[in-house]
Ligand binder design. Structure first.
Ligand code: NAD
Length: 461
């Protein structure tokens, strides 16, 4: 890359887009590159919040960095692509790719973003490389994004603009860290020259990070394969955990520790629990199942990943009811943790919602009290959309007060610090059901009733 200034545009400023835009702007400063991130979103309210230095969602560490890059004018948000298109070298498409009810991918945002970029490109002088960062199935960049951009711009790929697939692998809750220290950068290219431009860009900002160049379709499939494999490890651990619960003395966490020390396996993503949620694993595995079927193949393993995950919240609620004395009526159940994982307010496909839905179907359950350190507002909205009535507790103590069982659903650090004696003193019938294995079973079982996912009857030594 001969120039040392390089401007980028992000289209879609959600979790991926905004954190990417902020981190690239920050890295530009660190590497002394004149780099402005133009962040485009179709929702004006979001762009106004961003320009005021307030992220539209919670993500650890984002607000501080956003304020910094806004103050230094390294990031600017807008609803208009055309305003900045002449100033940008690379455009990252980061809009959502949600799943439809049948599991297939909903491409409406990809289509609208491609159309908006195409329209803006029509009268532009710049020849940007357009990179699809959104998670899209193989063939989408070439057969959906590209024709729409060509049609609306009246221009030709490789001559007037470049097209690439550059999937994103960040984890919500760690998005800033993951953007700063990615394990790898995958560059799917159609044209060698454009691949080199984006490779040079990343090498300037993130030197030393493994970078793989490949075909567009391979890059698209890398993302789905990675997510399906990670989700598979979780569902695998959950299937083994159900078995573990039937064998006195067996603890799935000990088993997985032993298994994970095998270098070929690794202990990561082998934690048994109430299953995976979030905006990626459920929808990406569903989309891959649907895609595999459309290729006339049977997605045996992929389908099982989803089946185990869907039934794990039911299994958890069954485990609860098996451990509630039969004569107890009018139960009050506390749920600690609503966000799909710690460090985020995101409730998309959160297991808490499934668990609460199942609890609601049990006649004996009279009251459900819920708490989350960050996601209460999002949860209020989600639960009201589902027409599910629960009691929102402002504090942990208020949530567990006078309850008959406390379910650990999200492994927030604040819950890890609760002592057995707090449960003992506040609950009507002290019983903790640990869905995320956050407590030391020995410490808890001696003081109060403690059961956990993947824990066979605790052996009495
Ligand atoms: P999101 O829903 O949080 O954000 C998408 C944003 O795009 C929204 O702000 C929306 O208003 C905006 N938008 C929609 N259409 C637009 C248009 N035509 N022009 C401008 N803005 C538009 O989505 P997300 O979670 O950031 O995910 C984005 C993509 O990245 C998805 O494909 C997702 O699968 C993938 N991904 C997400 C994560 C994650 O952890 N969230 C991780 C890796 C990859």
């Amino acid at each position: 890359m001969s120039r040392i200034d390089m401007n980028i545009m992000i289209v879609g400023t959600g979790y991926v887009g905004l954190t990417t835009g902020v981190v690239l702007a920050k890295l530009g400063k660190e590497k002394k590159i004149s780099l402005t991130s133009y962040c485009i979103d179709s929702i004006q309210e979001k762009t106004e919040m961003i320009n005021a230095g307030t992220p539209p969602f919670y993500e650890q560490g984002l607000e501080v960095l956003l304020k910094e890059v806004i103050k230094e004018k390294r990031l600017l948000a807008s609803t208009h692509i055309a305003e900045f298109i002449n100033d940008v070298d690379i455009i990252f498409i980061c809009v959502g790719t949600p799943s439809r009810d049948d599991g297939s991918m909903d491409l409406q945002f990809i289509q609208s973003a491609s159309r908006d970029i195409g329209n803006a490109l029509r009268s532009a002088k710049s020849k940007p490389v357009i990179c699809v960062k959104s998670t899209v199935l193989p063939g989408t960049t070439r057969n959906v994004v590209l024709p729409i951009i060509e049609k609306h711009s009246g221009k030709k790929v490789n001559h007037d603009f470049g097209i690439m697939a550059t999937p994103e692998f960040l984890r919500e809750g760690n998005a800033i860290h993951d953007n700063l220290h990615p394990d790898r950068i995958i560059l799917g290219e159609m044209n060698e020259r454009h691949g080199r431009i984006v490779e040079d860009f990343y090498e300037k900002l993130l030197s030393g990070v493994p970078l793989l160049r490949m075909s567009i379709e391979s890059a698209e499939l890398v993302k789905y394969t990675s997510n399906a494999l990670l989700a598979m490890k979780i569902s695998f651990a959950n299937e083994i955990s159900r078995l573990a619960e039937t064998i006195p003395g067996v603890d799935v966490t000990e088993v997985m520790k032993g298994v994970g020390l095998d270098e070929r396996i690794s202990s990561k993503f082998l934690n048994a629990g109430v299953g995976f949620g979030g905006s990626c694993f459920p929808k990406d595995v569903s989309a891959l199942v649907d895609f595999t079927k459309r290729q006339d193949l049977v997605p045996h393993l992929l389908q099982s990943i989803l089946d185990i995950n869907e039934t794990q919240p039911i299994h958890f609620v069954n485990l609860l009811m098996k451990n509630i004395p039969e004569d107890l009526e009018d139960l009050t159940i506390s749920v600690l943790g609503l966000a799909f994982k710690p460090g985020t307010s995101d409730m998309r496909h959160a297991r808490s919602l499934k668990i609460i839905e199942h609890l609601k179907q049990i006649k004996k359950v009279k009251t459900i009290k819920v708490h989350d350190p960050i996601a209460m507002e999002t949860a209020r909205e989600e639960l009201s959309n589902l027409k599910i009535d629960v009691t929102f507790s402002k504090t942990i103590e208020e949530c567990i007060q006078d309850s008959d069982a406390c379910l650990i659903v999200t492994e927030w650090d604040v819950y890890k610090k609760i002592l057995p004696k707090t449960y003992q003193e506040l609950m009507r019938n002290p019983f903790v059901l640990d869905g995320r294995r956050i407590y030391d079973k020995n410490e808890f079982s001696s003081k109060i009733k403690y059961k956990a996912i993947g824990l066979g009857e605790i052996s009495k030594k």
